[in-house]
Design a protein around this ligand. Structure first.
Ligand SMILES: NC(=O)c1ccc[n+]([C@@H]2O[C@H](COP(=O)([O-])OP(=O)(O)OC[C@H]3O[C@@H](n4cnc5c(N)ncnc54)[C@H](O)[C@@H]3O)[C@@H](O)[C@H]2O)c1
Length: 382
């Protein structure tokens, strides 16, 4: 397969690129370093060093013998996308290329506009590049479980059948996101659904939960191949923040009551899910939505886990509840379905204590680089 990975320098894009190349696919990665630039602007750089994309691919080639093509450019620029699609002619495009930070999108007007323009324009260009230059190409798009919000009913896998005044129909599941970033993902899904039904493109939209982990088969071969690891309030997910706080001797900061419940998954399972989506493509004119997570945890449960594991390593971890910088329900019903990927063959790697121990051990040598200011909330939902 010829696989185009948009956002190939990112936390998920880089390990996906190595995984696909190792499996013998012809891989091209595209990135414009948006994340690295925002990280510099907001003092949110990755804790572990990450060589640039050209250097990463050279290191990977020296270790594996596999080549990954690199294109540095902006997916929101249609001339660039046209050239890439015309020359590479992908069978599958994996679209990760978005601004993925909820707090960044909530800083103010400029950051909100940048997030909206970037994410919608990138998705719009992917759709049109496929329509014009690779109409059979399967788009695998990363959505987020955050599109659904926290409704007081079960969350279905993408669609909801509704009976109204004696008649029935199926619609996209109602979505009510909690940040501008998550709202751009809702809009992406609407855009994709429109083009699926009117132009017959093929799309899998993966509603993914927060991902944790630094280990993949390829990343473990050389320390310089490690995925990005952000621990700050802008790009760091709650698991990363807790890990770093445990190592640095800072109390784990639980936002509000800590009952916020989400579906999480191991990085290794993201790779499996994207592999499974690619190996089982949808037909023309089909939008398949799959909820991509393996376990539900509340923030309190995560904090307890990190404390238990950290204490085992002698870290004496404390937990502190602080004012919630976000507007979100802190205690709520949450029951989300996630059958589709299991039915396709997903074999989950659960959050066992050993997985967290391994992460803590990878972080520990960088303890001196941890900036305590960055793990505290710097952005508040107005
Ligand atoms: N990491 C998670 O826990 C998680 C959870 C749910 C959904 N997602 C989604 O998965 C995708 C990847 O997430 P990630 O954590 O790897 O984020 P990331 O920021 O590490 O990776 C995204 C990459 O895309 C690049 N990019 C962004 N806009 C671009 C553009 N216009 N042109 C070219 N490159 C561009 C960035 O520079 C970055 O390298 C995102 O769409 C995100 O919304 C991630």
């Amino acid at each position: 397969m010829r696989v185009l990975i948009l956002g190939g320098d990112g936390y998920l894009g880089w390990p996906t690129a190595m995984d696909f190349a190792a499996r013998g696919h012809d891989v091209c990665v595209v990135d414009n370093y948006l994340r690295r630039n925002i990280a510099r602007e907001t003092r949110s750089e990755s804790l572990l060093p990450n060589p640039n994309l050209h250097d990463r691919t050279e290191i990977f080639e020296s270790v594996s013998g596999k080549k990954i093509h690199v294109e540095i450019g902006d997916c929101a620029d249609m001339r660039f996308m046209t050239r890439v699609f015309q020359t590479f002619q992908p069978d599958t495009v994996v679209h990760y290329a978005e601004q993925p930070s909820a707090p960044y999108s909530m800083i103010g007007f400029d950051e909100a506009r940048k997030t909206l323009n970037n994410n919608l324009n990138a998705t719009f260009n992917v759709v049109w590049a496929v329509i014009q230059h690779a109409p059979d190409c399967h788009i695998i798009k990363l959505g987020t479980m955050g599109e659904y919000g926290t409704p007081n009913i079960d969350i279905e896998e993408g669609w909801l059948e509704i009976e109204h005044k004696g008649r029935k129909d199926k619609f996209l599941y109602p979505r009510q996101a909690g940040s501008l970033y998550h709202t751009t993902k809702v809009l992406d899904t609407d855009l994709l659904w429109f083009y699926v039904r009117t132009y017959g493109i093929r799309v899998t939209d993966l509603m993914q939960g927060p991902v944790y982990g630094l280990s993949t088969t390829e990343a473990d071969q050389d320390a310089r191949l490690v995925p990005n690891f952000h621990y700050d309030d802008i790009f760091g997910t709650v698991v990363n923040r807790f890990m770093v706080q445990a190592v640095a001797g800072i109390p784990l900061t639980v936002y509000g009551k800590g009952g916020q419940t989400r579906g999480y998954l191991n990085l290794k399972d993201t790779l499996q899910c994207v592999d499974l989506a690619m190996d089982n493509p949808v037909d023309r004119g089909e939008l398949r939505i799959l909820n991509q997570f393996t376990e539900l945890f509340s923030v309190n449960e995560l904090a307890e886990r990190v404390k238990r594991v950290g204490d085992r390593l002698g870290l004496n971890v404390q937990i502190e509840h602080i004012a919630n910088p976000r507007k979100e329900a802190e205690e709520h019903y949450y029951n989300a379905k996630h059958h589709g990927l299991l039915e396709l063959g997903l074999e989950p790697h659960y959050m066992a204590d050993d997985v967290l121990v391994e992460m803590l051990k990878k972080i520990r040598p960088f303890k001196d680089r941890i900036d305590p200011v960055k793990v505290m909330p710097r952005v508040r939902w107005k």
